[in-house]
Design a protein around this ligand. Structure first.
Ligand code: SIN
Ligand code: CO
Length: 386
């Protein structure tokens, strides 16, 4: 299948070859694959978000005396006080606040949804960056505005030597294997553990990190067995270098569940583990983005909205996924699992695949009840402006 048939945002990018040759294996520079790149967020809007309560933001300044780190909310007048030392502002989960940034995730949904974490956005002044480091998760670094020079090194692990700045976890050295200057629309993919350092070339440098997650054995055991596991040695993390594209990115595939269950030591019933994992994987990271209606939605109102063709939108902070159990499926939305059959199962699968959809007013009662529950839970809303 042609890549652009599935991912209209990318004019040219072959997801299947990418998964086979690079995913979880080695870095890749993808020169502007977008069909018309547009920076989705203005620097001022990012600064505004960083000042808000409940938004995770960091400000890193690289001064003559070394690195300093401040946590948000950042006071508004702080930006005016910044001098000539290079600095960078980083804001986590911007996709959950700005729909145009959430749309950036869409072309990367050749990776299952449960593996996607969030989109972090950074803004840097000339020379700004967060220093040489490695991350534990895969990331696509999309250059939004301005230019950034990336130096990319080899694999690191917990034994790699760090500078004595506990919070920033900077590498004592980075021996670059590759060095690239990214222009707007260019993308750098990095698998977990690869040393990297991105430095802004000129002012107004914005980078969007589409970040992934992969539970570790310790995290799985702590949640599944509800205790602090006493595991000797290094923690092992979920890996899927053999990933292939699935028909519906919302599905937690049986092959992934097998691997997760093994990682958790095969304790307990696999079916119960699968249900627990669905709840765990769909638990929102920022539940304060609350879409619950003031008054619960009544079935009559719901039918009227559906008859008017008002589209349903997913709360961008909500997490949806599903797993198959024989002929039925279990839909998970924000940590709550619901068994769905027949028309309800078909609707739930569509809901997981699409971020906005129109409800058929003639849909069976069970589908309307499911939608009402999800609206009242704050995971879905009728988008009357949409
Ligand atoms: C950045 O956007 O400046 C940092 C992203 C990263 O290195 O992970
Ligand atoms: Co990084």
């Amino acid at each position: 299948m042609a890549a652009d048939a599935c991912f209209p945002a990318f004019g040219r990018f072959d997801a299947d070859s990418f998964l086979r040759d690079y995913w979880q294996k080695r870095p890749l520079l993808i020169r502007n694959p977008w069909a018309g790149w547009r920076n989705p967020l203005e620097p001022d809007e990012l600064a505004g978000l960083a000042c808000e309560d409940g938004v995770e933001a960091r400000l890193v300044v690289h001064g003559a005396d070394g690195w300093s780190l401040e946590h948000g909310p950042i006071p508004e007048d702080r930006f005016g006080e910044l001098g000539t030392d290079p600095w960078t502002l980083l804001v986590q989960a911007v996709d959950q606040h700005v729909p145009e940034v959430a749309a950036l995730i869409e072309p990367f949904r050749f990776v299952p949804d449960w593996r996607i974490d969030d989109v972090m956005v950074s803004y840097a002044s000339d020379g700004g960056g967060v220093g040489p480091h490695f991350d534990r998760y895969d990331v696509f670094l999309v250059q939004g505005l301005g230019r950034r020079r990336w130096r990319v090194g080899g694999p690191c692990d917990e034994a790699s030597e760090l500078l004595p700045h506990g919070q920033l976890r900077l590498l004592a050295r980075l021996d670059p294997i590759d060095e690239w200057v990214l222009e707007p629309g260019d993308i750098l993919y990095l698998p977990p553990g690869i040393a990297h350092d991105g430095i802004a070339v000129g002012d107004d440098c914005m980078t969007y990190s589409v970040g992934f997650r992969a539970p570790s054995r310790r995290e799985l055991l702590a949640g599944w067995a509800e205790g602090e596991p006493d595991l000797p040695g290094e923690d092992e993390r979920y890996e899927d270098p053999d990933l292939v594209r699935q028909a519906n990115p919302g599905e937690i595939a049986a092959s992934a569940l097998d691997r997760l269950y093994r990682l958790a030591g095969g304790a307990g019933e696999r079916a119960e583990f699968a249900r627990w994992f669905g709840e765990y994987a769909s638990t929102p990271k920022y539940p304060e983005i609350d879409w619950r209606p003031e008054e619960p939605l009544e079935p009559g109102e719901l039918r009227a909205l559906a008859a008017d063709g008002v589209p349903l939108a997913r709360n961008p902070a909500s997490r949806f996924c599903f797993l198959r159990e024989g002929s039925s499926i279990v839909l998970f939305a924000d940590g709550v699992g619901t068994e769905c059959r027949d028309a309800c199962a078909a609707f739930a699968e569509r809901l997981c695949a699409e971020t906005s959809l129109v409800l058929d007013p003639a849909a069976p009662e069970a589908v309307l009840d499911l939608v009402a529950d999800l609206v009242n839970q704050g995971c879905l809303a009728f988008d009357e402006d949409g």
